[in-house]
Ligand binder design. Sequence first.
Ligand SMILES: Nc1ncnc2c1ncn2[C@@H]1O[C@H](COP(=O)(O)OP(=O)(O)OP(=O)(O)O)[C@@H](O)[C@H]1O
Length: 217
Amino acid sequence: MRLVVRDVGFTYPRGDHPVLTSVSCDIPAGTAAAIIGPSGSGKTTLLSLMGDLLPLRTGSIEAVDSRGIGHPLAEAATWVFQTVSLLPARNVLDNAAIGAHSDGVPKADALSRAKDCLARVGMAGRERDPARTLSGGEAQRVAIARAMASNRPLLLADEPTGQLDARTSAAVLDAMIDARGDRTVVIVTHDLEVAARCDMTFELRDGALHTRPGRVP
Ligand SMILES: Nc1ncnc2c1ncn2[C@@H]1O[C@H](COP(=O)(O)OP(=O)(O)OP(=O)(O)O)[C@@H](O)[C@H]1O
């Protein structure tokens, strides 16, 4: 799914100044894009607009398929949030399968996909553990596996590896990016190492996006 953002501005209802003034970008299908920028520059705000978690008032954001047909952002997007939420009493496998299953993937397929994605993020062998027994970084990896296992064509991730050490973070990101297929991945991060693993990097500064060189050769 191609993501086309045009002239997006945004001011919070009680905000005294615009967080975003004129944001534009065009992210082709199957691309992993990083959004970096100083704290408070509006990265999470922009990601929330991309996933229709905040109402868009100025500009446009479109998720367009290969036939040029636009799709509702809320239906196209799956999320990895900064603060992970898992169902604490359910096991790791059920948590990882829940996104795909609730989107209509038959249960057996959802479980098998979830198992594969858990292995990719280094959680093989932990499938039967209750989610409440996981560390923060393990829970974060299950949330990433849950998003990877879903069918949705747009993966929006807000600091997805913030609780992982550098080595695990690199391995998990590579797994997420390598498994993207046609899925478009947008990652908000402070970490330039994370951005360097993506195909494109945008810097959000003074309310606008600036393109930076992408993946480090
Ligand atoms: N609900 C809200 N109401 C009013 N202002 C808000 C709200 N949420 C965020 N802001 C403000 O909007 C600005 C951008 O916030 P946002 O969380 O998008 O930045 P960010 O770049 O993701 O920051 P960080 O890197 O610190 O997570 C900040 O000045 C913040 O205080």
